[in-house]
Write a protein that binds this ligand. Structure first.
Ligand code: ATP
Ligand code: MG
Length: 260
């Protein structure tokens, strides 16, 4: 059964008024169904509407056309069934790791004791035990990303929306967080919609890779990734199966990049 249904969704941003008004169509007639517990990856060049589509799913903005359903109900705004890990690390600099993680639970109105134990559980899960009292500037970029992930997980959302969460990280940290995320996903069983413009990352993580194209942003292709689960490790990138999937997606992506 589909947990998210995107039906004929378009989104146009308008800026200015009257004859000065400019319009940008960020998403054009997107149709997509995401299955419960699926790890879906959206892949596409910069500016093709990936973040816009994610914000539409979260309900931060409303589609100018079409509709989005979550568990059969139209999205009217953000809710605790969805949590976002943003493209830019989005921590409050004056709050410690613990207090940043607890933020979503505070908003949710979780009782104090439960709030403390839940936040600690997710801090431990993302490997930040011992750093509870550190401020963001005292953490590395990878650790800050983990705080963002722990914060999103702690409200126990059914759907985790991740917008290039590893985009600013070095290759090694990125690879280790990819493994950690797969481990968390297999234990927690959540639906993940993950955005990236990194082809290898999309194949390594996803059950399915959805390719988006630019101007206007459209969903052009969907590729099932039939690599084994759990993924045995990064060595899988060297297998013939991985490389053949990579070649197939790259053929399409290459056409897109020529149009950017
Ligand atoms: N708030 C906004 N107001 C006006 N235009 C916007 C706004 N947000 C995005 N856009 C436009 O919509 C298009 C898609 O932007 P979006 O951020 O969704 O792309 P993206 O695929 O996430 O890119 P990137 O990979 O660089 O993050 C771009 O042309 C952008 O200029
Ligand atoms: Mg983006």
């Amino acid at each position: 059964m589909s947990i998210v249904e995107i039906k004929n969704v378009s989104h146009t941003f308008s800026k200015g008024t009257g004859s000065e008004m400019t319009k940008t169509q960020a998403v054009c007639n997107a149709n997509l169904e995401v299955k419960r517990d699926e790890f879906l990856v959206m892949l596409g060049p910069s500016g093709c509407g990936k973040t816009t589509l994610l914000r539409l799913i979260d309900g931060l903005i409303k589609p100018t056309e079409g509709e989005i359903l979550v568990e059969g109900k139209p999205v009217t705004g953000p809710g605790f069934d969805r949590a976002v890990v943003f493209q830019s690390i989005n921590l409050l600099p004056w709050r410690t790791t613990f207090d940043n993680v607890v933020l979503g639970l505070e908003i949710k109105g979780t009782p104090n004791e439960e709030m403390r134990s839940t936040a600690q559980k997710y801090i431990d899960m993302v490997g930040l035990s011992g750093f509870e009292n550190h401020y963001p500037h005292e953490l590395s970029g990878g650790m800050q990303q983990r705080v963002g992930i722990a914060r999103a997980l702690s409200v126990n959302p059914k759907i985790l929306l991740m917008d290039e969460p590893f985009g600013y990280l070095d290759a090694l940290t990125r690879m280790s967080l990819q493994m950690e995320l797969l481990d968390i996903w297999s234990k927690q069983k959540k639906t993940i919609i993950f955005i990236t413009h990194d082809l290898d990352e999309s194949i390594f993580l996803g059950d399915r890779v959805v390719l988006m194209s630019c101007r206007p942003g459209r969903i052009t292709d969907t590729f099932p990734i039939d690599l084994p689960r759990p993924r045995p490790g990064h060595d899988i990138r060297n297998t013939a199966q991985f490389q053949s999937i990579r070649a197939k997606i790259w053929d399409k992506l290459k056409e897109e990049l020529q149009n950017v």
